[in-house]
Design a protein. Structure first.
Length: 377
């Protein structure tokens, strides 16, 4: 099949995103054996140091696909029951009737009804997602805070429920994945970081991907500029940050090349078996952190490709993620041929209108146009 990898169009599209106001971004797009890597803008606004396509980057909730794959690997080994109650494994963390009603599957696809702990861990975000009533102060207060994951889980479990276990639409909640981290540790007798590294990262042959415990990103990387909807002006660098506030739910460091390599291996059945992969792609409606209803599987979600047909072969599967100051998106087409992974070094650049809603920004349109070129050719 002839490649539709248009390097000139990709070069122009990524440059347009930088010109629209993003300090820097870098990406890799694959079509069969053809590979394009590109970067635009700066990694440090004070020195003008350029971004490069090989930089390591905090990829946020893309981590959830790795964690979900590690859980499915243990399901295949018979150590975890996909539809078993979480109370069977972690009765002290989700006690009583709730623990009996919430299954491992519900944690994986965010239909547990458990609330997001984030507004309770970061007091100035208490009104999140009512953005106009939040503020960025807690981001600085907790730059070097070492959170206990059990404490974070307790915040989510004790908060008012987002819904009944198993009901839809579910609510995207990091509480679910911190519980899955504890589950992995319970059934394997090792740390979740080691389990994910052994069963997922090493199995996929990733050389620049890790779940580090420290506050810094090792190797060449960009600064990460957080605006918090214009409330931090000028944007502040949060590339040095203790990531225990999300742990193995969203603390992965990777490269765009490794992300494409991972999703290629996962969707080819090299990380989990065919039946597990089928379960991962079984979706339900879930309310995202942005308040949109999306389709979500077990650590995977679909994105409709420009050329999608009735068979779904144009569907892309992957995940997006954000951290303070940065973000990433990695998607692979169902047939495995076309892939894109994109990393950005700024976050929440939209200002709010009088009703507290994010206003459109030129970066949004330019990013959408880049995704179109990357996925469609």
């Amino acid at each position: 099949m002839k490649s539709t990898l248009d390097s000139a169009a990709l070069d122009a599209a990524i440059e347009d995103v930088h010109r629209a106001g993003l300090p820097g971004l870098f990406a890799e797009v694959r079509d069969g054996d053809q590979v394009w890597r590109g970067a635009a803008g700066v990694a440090d606004v004070s020195t003008g140091r350029p971004v490069t396509a090989g930089m390591r980057h905090r990829v946020g909730s893309i981590t959830k696909t790795f964690t979900a794959a590690a859980v499915l690997h243990q399901v295949e080994r018979g150590r975890i029951g996909l539809d078993a109650a979480i109370g069977r494994y972690l009765p002290e963390l989700v006690p009583g009737e709730r623990g009996d009603a919430i299954t491992v599957r519900m944690l994986l696809n965010h239909t547990s009804g458990l609330a997001e702990y984030l507004p309770y861990a970061y007091p100035s975000l208490k009104a999140f997602p009512v953005l106009a009533e939040t503020g960025p102060q807690s981001l600085d207060d907790h730059r070097f805070t070492r959170f206990d994951p059990v404490d974070l889980i307790g915040m989510g479990v004790s908060a008012p429920a987002a819904g009944a276990p198993g009901s839809t639409p579910g609510l995207y909640s990091n509480t679910n994945y911190l519980l899955l981290v504890q589950l992995l540790e319970q059934v394997t007798g090792t740390t979740a970081e080691r389990c994910i590294t052994r069963d997922v990262i090493e199995r996929a042959g990733l050389r620049d991907t890790a779940l580090p415990a420290g506050t810094h990103i090792d190797g060449p990387h960009s600064q990460l500029y957080e605006s918090w909807f214009g409330m931090i002006d000028p944007p502040r660098d949060y590339s040095v940050y203790d990531m225990s506030w999300v742990g193995p739910a969203a603390s992965l460091i990777s490269t765009v090349a490794d992300l494409n390599r991972f999703y290629d291996a996962l969707l080819a059945g090299k990380i989990v078996g065919p039946s597990s992969l089928e379960e991962m792609r079984r979706t339900v409606p879930v309310v995202s952190q942005e308040g949109r209803v999306i389709e979500y599987g077990l650590g995977l979600h679909p994105m409709e490709g420009p050329g999608q047909d009735a068979s779904g072969q144009g569907t892309f599967w992957g995940h997006g993620g954000t951290v303070w100051g940065g973000g990433a998106l990695a998607m692979t087409r169902a047939d495995g041929r076309r892939q894109m992974a994109v990393a950005v070094n700024a976050q929440r650049w939209n200002r709010l209108d009088s009703a507290g809603r994010p206003q459109p920004h030129p970066v949004d349109g330019a990013l959408a146009a880049f995704y179109q070129v990357a996925m469609d050719g």
